[in-house]
Write a protein that binds this ligand. Structure first.
Ligand SMILES: [Mg+2]
Length: 283
């Protein structure tokens, strides 16, 4: 079964995103540790990718040779990846409650060796996941799987890692039009605003100068997200030889009033009272 070409309405994706956000809150409360802000902020992009007919996958056959691959370079944001995969049917939702527990398949950063279906590589050392993803895209070209797609998501603070730009340079040099780079531009990182910690702007000009077809979109607007992914699909299907970069403007903690746009929520879970408020707001 292929999940591709089943494009859903913005309303349907919005409902799915709410369910993923509720799962993230429940998981983090149960774990008592982990990252809230980033996962809640990028949830709409995950909903579009996995439920909007963009990615081709089969949850009953996660290692299907024709599947597209997704790499979460910002590995600490894994609660959203786990919740998305469970909602897509890769594994039972009950397992989400094992996040960060001893011997769980849902480690605090994704571990390929833990055997969780849908996890393509270990990640979490910032700047490395995108390099792995570019390697995957290169291998697909060499194997003439030229219509397979590879997606990598980095944070915006992650752009301060030099290896990100080595990967970007390679993607353009090797004409990887099968590679889509998603940048979660919430303008927050663990210690504050990007410009205060290490200015990475202008991100769009940097991506373009590295050879990417680049689009800035509202990361909470499904129609804009579809437009961005359509640009990528056109680059692939036309054999443009150009990789695509999607800069998704998002708000950390989106959907939970007291977390929204607050970098203090980068790396902490809600307590029971906060989780109650959050779950109420996410109905
Ligand atoms: Mg960020």
């Amino acid at each position: 079964m292929s999940s591709e070409n089943k494009r859903q309405s913005a309303e349907a994706l919005s409902d799915i995103a709410k369910e993923i956000r509720r799962d993230i809150i429940r998981m983090l409360l149960e774990a008592g540790s982990g990252h809230s802000g980033g996962p809640l902020g990028i949830t709409d992009v995950f909903a579009a990718l996995y439920f909007g007919g963009i990615m081709n996958y089969d949850p009953s056959d996660p290692d299907w040779s024709e599947r597209d691959r997704f790499v979460l370079s910002a590995g600490h944001m894994c609660p959203v990846l786990y919740a998305t995969l469970a909602n897509a049917g890769f594994f039972a939702k009950d397992e989400l409650m094992t996040l960060r527990k001893y011997n769980t398949r849902l480690q605090g950063h994704p571990g390929r060796d833990m055997g969780l279906p849908g996890i393509e590589t270990s990640s979490g050392s910032l700047g490395q996941g995108i390099s792995i993803a570019v390697g995957m895209a290169m291998s697909d070209k060499l194997l003439e799987h030229s219509k397979r797609k590879v997606f990598a998501m980095t944070g915006d603070g992650e752009l301060q890692e030099g290896s990100v730009w080595e990967a970007a340079m390679a993607a353009a040099h090797f004409k990887l039009d099968n590679f889509c780079w998603i940048i979660d531009n919430n303008d927050c990182q663990i210690d504050g605003r990007l410009r205060e910690v290490m200015d990475v702007y202008p991100i769009d000009d940097k991506c373009r100068s590295f050879g990417f077809d680049t689009l800035i979109v509202d990361g909470h607007d499904f129609d804009e997200l579809y437009k961005a992914f359509d640009l990528f699909l056109a680059n692939l299907n036309n054999g443009s030889g150009k990789p695509t970069a999607i800069i998704a403007k998002t708000y950390m903690g989106k959907g939970v009033s007291f977390m929204e746009d607050r970098f203090e929520w980068h790396g902490k879970p809600p307590n029971a009272e906060q989780a109650d408020i959050a779950l109420n707001e996410l109905t």
